[in-house]
Each structure stands twice: as structure tokens, then as C-alpha cells.
Design a protein around this ligand. Structure first.
Ligand code: CA
Ligand code: CA
Ligand code: CA
Length: 375
């Protein structure tokens, strides 16, 4: 046997061994992470989506209510002390669609709440907006105003420094399956809402930080681009495509500007569908939901490794298991995960069922296996 053949064989053996380990890693989860039911809602919250928390730790959850539109899109609030849920505010109706559809949300330093108004499911023609709920000194909503307009599908929003950052999931430019990440400084909407450029000009839009591209998967044929987004402690931005799980980073330079978007994961076998993303500072992880496979994954930033926190089969979610998870949020030592449960072709979730649920997982310091992509 030649030396070269031996190398090839050794490599094949190593690959096979790794394959077994990878299979183990993908299914071997710690029971400590098993999601439990945090809250089940009535039909007035039939399609829950985004999450946020204020400085006191009260929980806010968006309910765009796409499945049963006889209910208005609202933002719910859970008082941390009492655990009681109530309607915080109804989403501001769009003058053309007569709907309000809150999705991703986040508070700014002054205590105002920003949310994505996803009008794309009613009208694909640039009706979506980023909104600001101005909040009074006792925490009550005073008014809602649009701050950014001319968006296709506003999905996730983050506030950092003096700017609002958000994703737009569909560009709808012929022949390309694009989405993108935007940054609009507060100064741009002091007087009136800031306007994005039409998507054909997105490459020259001063607010556009990066453009994603989706290669639709055969079993889903979903062209959706950038969905969730978050920052890490160094100001780097993470986003991922809903359609194919392509997962990106936009690195912040030392002068505060941003690098070009770069790929971290582009392998639908290990990550086929990225919905919500949040940052877990304690471990320096990005936590992502995988809507296709009813899973919660995590990206160890320093190690450059993908891990699986949980994955389960199709379920109605009544026991707290994942039912098309969308937005995750670290809340103290727990992870809250919203279950969107609005089935799209090719997802594990087979149907929109009457159980509308929010799950909770313990974020334990150890006990899940890693999948090393940089083999
Ligand atoms: Ca989302
Ligand atoms: Ca359900
Ligand atoms: Ca379901």
C-alpha cells in the first residue's frame, strides 16, 4: 500500500468516526435543557413572535396574529412580580392594510420600545416599518410612531448606541434571493420616519450594512433571507437566513464601522433554518432557533462551534416542547422561546394547532455536545 493510499484510508476512517460522533452530537441532548411550558395563550395570541424585556425584567411578547386575523396584532406584557399577563398595547394599524403586526422588539436606553411591523404578509409592496412605542414614566404606552419606512418584511430589531438595527427578510429583486441588515441612526428620524431605498439600490443604500443570499432547499423552496439578529459584547452582528440557515457575522471594526458580511455556517445539514437569534453574554454564545427542525442551537463564538441545546419532533406544544420556535430570549438564567406555530411547507411543524405557547429552558453551564464545523 502506498503512503498516499494509507493517508486516504486514514482520512476516510477519521471521517467515518467523526460522522458517528457528529450524529451523536446532533441528537444527544441534555434532559436538563428540556423545554417546559411557560405560558399557554388563548386565541387572542394565536401566532406569537417577538420578545423583549424592560430594565425591571418584565416580559413583552409580540402577537401579530397572522393565523386567526379576527384578532388584532398586539404586544402582550407579563409583570415580573405577579407573573400576570395583559395586553400592553395594540400594534398601530397601517393606513393601507388596516393591520398592525408586531414581530421583533427591543427597548432602548430611555425605556422606549421599538418593534418591527411586519406588513409583508398583507402587502408585499414596502409597507413594513420599524415602530417606536413611546413609554411614560410609569411604564405606560403613550403613543406609537413609525421611525423607519419602506421596508419589505421587518423581522428583528436591536438598539445599540444611537442607532436602530433591523433585518429585512425579503428583497424581491428578480433572480436573487436576498435579504439584509440595516442600521439607521436616531438622527435620521428626528423629524420624520427615515426611508430605505428600493431594493434594486440596496447596495448603495447608506443604511444597508449587508445583503444575504438564500439558496432554497429542495424540500422547502423557501427563499427567505435575514431573519433574527443580535450583537455580541464586541459589537459584532449576527444574522441568519430563514430559507437555508446560512449564518453570517458582520464584524465591527475598532473605529465603530462595519466590515463586509462574512459566512460562519453555510451547511443546511447542520443548520437549515435560522429564525430568531439572541446573545447569551455569560457564555459568549449566540443562541438561534431552527424553525424547520423544532430546535434551539447555539454558536460558541470563541470556539467557532455549533451546539444543539434541544430538538424535538412535531408537537402541538402543550407540554412545552418546541412547535416551530421563532424568537429566543435570555431572561435571567433561563431561555424563553416563542413558538410561532404557523406551518410553512417542509417544516416539522405539520399544522397550526389550537395550543399557542411560550416555552422556557434552563440555561445550564454544561451538558450539551458540540459539533465542530472546522474539521
Ligand atoms: Ca423572526
Ligand atoms: Ca402549538
Ligand atoms: Ca403545531
Amino acid at each position: 500500500m502506498s503512503k498516499a493510499t494509507m493517508w486516504v484510508l486514514a482520512g476516510a476512517a477519521a471521517t467515518a468516526a467523526w460522522g458517528v460522533m457528529a450524529a451523536d452530537a446532533a441528537v444527544k441532548m441534555d434532559e436538563k435543557n428540556r423545554p417546559k411550558l411557560f405560558k399557554q395563550f388563548g386565541d387572542h395570541v394565536n401566532t406569537p413572535d417577538g420578545l423583549a424585556q424592560d430594565k425591571a425584567g418584565n416580559i413583552f411578547m409580540a402577537a401579530p396574529n397572522f393565523v386567526d386575523q379576527s384578532y388584532a396584532g398586539t404586544i402582550m406584557k407579563m409583570d415580573k412580580k405577579s407573573g400576570k399577563w395583559s395586553v400592553f398595547v395594540a400594534g398601530l394599524l397601517h393606513p393601507d392594510t388596516k393591520r398592525g403586526a408586531p414581530m421583533g422588539m427591543e427597548f432602548d436606553e430611555d425605556g422606549n420600545l421599538y418593534y418591527c411591523d411586519n406588513q409583508y404578509f398583507f402587502d408585499k409592496n414596502y409597507k413594513s416599518r420599524v415602530m417606536r412605542v413611546v413609554i411614560g414614566k410609569d411604564g405606560e404606552p403613550l403613543k406609537i410612531e413609525p421611525v423607519v419606512e419602506n421596508i419589505k418584511l421587518a423581522n428583528a430589531v436591536r438598539i445599540r448606541g444611537n442607532a436602530v438595527y433591523f433585518t429585512d427578510t425579503f428583497f424581491d429583486v428578480a433572480g436573487k434571493n436576498q435579504g439584509g441588515v440595516y442600521r439607521v441612526p436616531f438622527s435620521a428620524f428626528k423629524e420624520r420616519p427615515a426611508l430605505l431605498l428600493p431594493k434594486e439600490q440596496a447596495g448603495n443604500d447608506p443604511y444597508c450594512l449587508g445583503i444575504t443570499e438564500t439558496v432554497p432547499l429542495e424540500h422547502r423552496k423557501d427563499t427567505a433571507g435575514a431573519d433574527g439578529m443580535c450583537f455580541d459584547k464586541n459589537g459584532n452582528i449576527y444574522t441568519g437566513n430563514f430559507g437555508d440557515g446560512h449564518f453570517y457575522v458582520i464584524k465591527m471594526r475598532s473605529d465603530g464601522s462595519y466590515d463586509k458580511m462574512a459566512t460562519l455556517i453555510n451547511d443546511p445539514k447542520v443548520f437549515p433554518c435560522c429564525d430568531g437569534i439572541c446573545y447569551y453574554a455569560k457564555k459568549d454564545w449566540v443562541i438561534m432557533t431552527d424553525s424547520e427542525r423544532n430546535a434551539v442551537l447555539c454558536w460558541d463564538i470563541k470556539a467557532g462551534k455549533l451546539g444543539t441545546l434541544w430538538m424535538n419532533d412535531d408537537t402541538c406544544g402543550k407540554d412545552g416542547l418546541l412547535d416551530q420556535p421563532c424568537e429566543p430570549m435570555v431572561w435571567g438564567d433561563k431561555l424563553l422561546v416563542v413558538n410561532f406555530d404557523m406551518s410553512f411547507p417542509g417544516l416539522k411543524n405539520s399544522k397550526n394547532d389550537p395550543m399557542h405557547t411560550l416555552s422556557v429552558m434552563n440555561l445550564e453551564p454544561s451538558g450539551f455536545s458540540f459539533l465542530n464545523l472546522f474539521r
